[in-house]
Design a binder for this molecule. Structure first.
Ligand SMILES: *Cc1c(COP(=O)(O)O)cnc(C)c1O
Length: 380
């Protein structure tokens, strides 16, 4: 079976991990800061706070934004569960904004309309999580203008978009979002096995994120409510977590980051080849946008009819196609909150037709030919 995604780990990656295992620091050591600094340089921003996974990163980003009970978080229904669950972790309520039928990203127009209504009703969101679906940013310039006007914190869930560009800037630069979250799960663009990071330009947010990552404790006397008891002293100033990543993960991250441009070029070449080979088959292919350069985490096509049959035929032919995503509001857990079919019709229509084709740096041209042939056979 050809999988839909797969990590690429080479000898240099393995050597980087082994070096940490031979060193004094398995966690809370120098590799974390090295990786955070390398990511900040790559994103042309000031701070990176690495944590154990992107779900934890979204959670502490929401907390740092001040999200709590009584507040609303809005996100796209076309995303992985974590983009919405992070609001619930904070005791906030979650709502969704329907997607654009071409980019399959949260629609800036739908967001503008929903904000107008929410303002009249006095229930504006405190946080909007804009998901860079498949590796391509939303219309972040428009969404950032709405953030300015309505006063919400804008978090970009760029779990799919390490190395992507938007508006001539690296995703994560902080030009358009207050905080940007990346995931380093093995199916994503670069991997640390498990891992995530929050990027931000804001020093105060970065300090808060570091504290939330590690139990809410500080060793900074300026933050303490009473004099230090001595050199051993730390104080808990808020409720935090143990969301730390290890130096093993961070060292793998540094090594993978050095390979990022190669991964991106390979993914882009494979996406271009899919575009060419699939033109004329009656499929809706991924929309390219002049303002955004995708990291091509996913290559999704929309099939007008018989998607389930095509899916089954491809799986039977050994092609590990997948479907991204089941609209989050249709999950039974979210239906208990009152959501149901018909709430976000574009996301639901998309879900009925979407098919993710295999895409990862190690996918060979021969495998891609095989996939394209199997798909055209299934469509015939
Ligand atoms: C993978 C993913 C996450 C969660 O990432 P983890 O690192 O596995 O916690 C969050 N949001 C989106 C859009 C993702 O694809």
């Amino acid at each position: 079976m050809i999988p839909y995604g797969r990590q690429s780990v080479d000898e240099a990656d393995i050597e980087a991990v082994v070096q940490v295992l031979r060193s004094d620091w398995l966690t809370q050591g120098p590799a974390i800061e090295r990786f955070e600094a390398a990511m900040a340089t790559r994103c042309a921003t000031d701070h990176g706070v690495m944590v154990c996974n992107a779900t934890a990163a979204l959670h502490i980003a929401c907390l740092a934004a001040g999200l709590g009970p009584g507040d609303w978080l809005w996100t796209s229904p076309n995303t992985f569960l974590a983009s919405a669950n992070c609001g619930l972790y904070c005791g906030a309520r979650v709502d969704f904004v329907d997607i654009d039928p071409l980019t399959w990203n949260l629609s800036a127009e739908a967001l503008a309309l929903k904000l107008e209504i929410a303002e009249r009703e006095g229930r504006l969101p405190k946080v909007v999580v804009a998901v860079a679906f498949a590796g391509q940013s939303c219309d972040m310039a428009a969404i950032a203008r709405l953030a300015e006007r309505y006063g919400f914190t804008l978090i970009e869930d760029a779990s799919h978009a390490v190395g992507a560009q938007y508006g001539g800037q690296p995703v994560g630069s902080g030009e358009f979002a207050d905080m940007t979250v990346f995931s380093f799960h093995p199916v994503k663009i670069i991997t640390t096995a498990e891992g995530g990071i929050v990027m931000t330009r804001h020093t105060e947010l970065a300090e808060r994120l570091r504290r939330l990552r590690s139990h809410g404790m500080t060793r900074d006397p300026a933050m303490m409510s009473e004099p230090s008891h001595g050199p051993w002293y730390y104080q808990q100033v808020e409720l935090g977590f143990n969301y730390r990543a290890t130096d093993i993960q961070a060292a793998l991250g540094v090594s993978q980051l050095a390979r990022l441009d190669g991964f991106l070029a390979r993914r882009r070449a494979l996406a271009d080849a899919y575009d060419q080979a699939l033109t004329g088959l009656g499929l809706q292919l991924p929309a390219r946008q002049a303002s955004a350069e995708s990291a091509w985490h996913l290559y999704v096509v929309r099939i007008a009819e018989r998607r389930d049959e095509v899916f089954a035929a491809l799986r039977a032919a050994g092609v590990g196609v997948n479907v991204h995503y089941i609209p989050v509001h249709l999950q039974p857990f979210y239906r208990q909150m009152g959501f149901g079919p018909g709430d976000f019709p574009e996301a639901e229509a998309y879900y009925a037709q979407a098919l993710s084709l295999p895409l990862y740096p190690g996918l060979t041209e021969a495998e891609q030919h095989y996939i394209v042939n199997a798909l055209s056979d299934a469509l015939a």
